[in-house]
Write a protein that binds this ligand. Sequence first.
Ligand code: KG4
Ligand code: ZN
Length: 341
Amino acid sequence: MKVLGIETSCDETGVAIYDSEQGLLADCLYSQVEIHAKYGGVIPELASRDHIRKTLPLIQEVIKEAGIKQEDLDGIAYTAGPGLVGALLVGASIGRAFGMGLNIPAIGVHHMEGHLLAPMLEANPPKFPFVALLVSGGHTQLVKVTGIGQYEVLGESLDDAAGEAFDKVGKMLGLPYPGGPHVAKLALSGEAGRFTFPRPMTNRPGLDFSFSGLKTFVRNTIAEESVHSPLSEQTAADIANAFEVAVCSTLAIKCKRALEKTRLKTLIIAGGVSANIELRRVLELSMEKINGKLFYAQPRFCTDNGAMIAYAGCQRLLAGQSDDYSINAQPRWSLETLTSI
Ligand code: KG4
Ligand code: ZN
């Protein structure tokens, strides 16, 4: 089954074709980063307008790249939520209409299910059951995954998502948007241990997260360090390093707890922040200690992309699921309400 996947939930237009027999046939991504960078964050209306400009040309491009004709497609998968409603509506309308025009089924995919299943695109995919740490710009969740659509949220962020905290700290340090990869790069030249930041909510039981206090701690440190002179490049790097270490060790402590609670030894990480090298390093170390295994996708499938949507939609379409002719866009949508296959 050949499935066209369309991702337009935020600021990337991702389109891909996944074949259940041959794997990923084509994958194109257009990032709107330059459009939003000058505002320091995503402007929803600009995002929607740009998805309108880019989605159809990208669909033509992937069909060409896959070496197929549009009539060879067997199904359409589009991101139905969660995300920015206007942006979602672009992919949903185009996807739904494309399915109708070709007389093939279409299905709305949950964006976080797409992320969660992205490691399945790799050569050595994880096997169910496992614990998933979903860390993106909008979500930080620990999920017990028993199968596709069988998700139990064990804990989640009560305020900022991990990626959002990276982006806000990036902004405080004067780095370009989105801050995550820039903070990670700057942290590399930082002196480890010059600053020690708190690991929020780790000294009490539970699997929820909170990153807003840590963000305030960073803001206060920057203010103290720049009282007499502007923040030096080295101090900025030292702060980035301490922040990254605090986030990654907080995430690692909670992952360990979630694995203990579920008695599982397989952990997958997904979403934009799962591209972070320090996070991968600390989690590899802690999985080694318990004789467990860590899985993640290659960096281009950690951040938003069409391949993960094509893959997730393909699994559901293969199981006989599809949507009616309505255009399905849900800005808020809980993973736990999904049906299993
Ligand atoms: O999954 P994603 O592409 O979009 C959402 O669904 O939100 O995640 C984007 C987030 C941004 O906050 C970005 O700064 C963060 O992932 N991110 C990173 C890295 N690469 C992307 N954060 C830390 N280190 C990275 N290397
Ligand atoms: Zn995402």
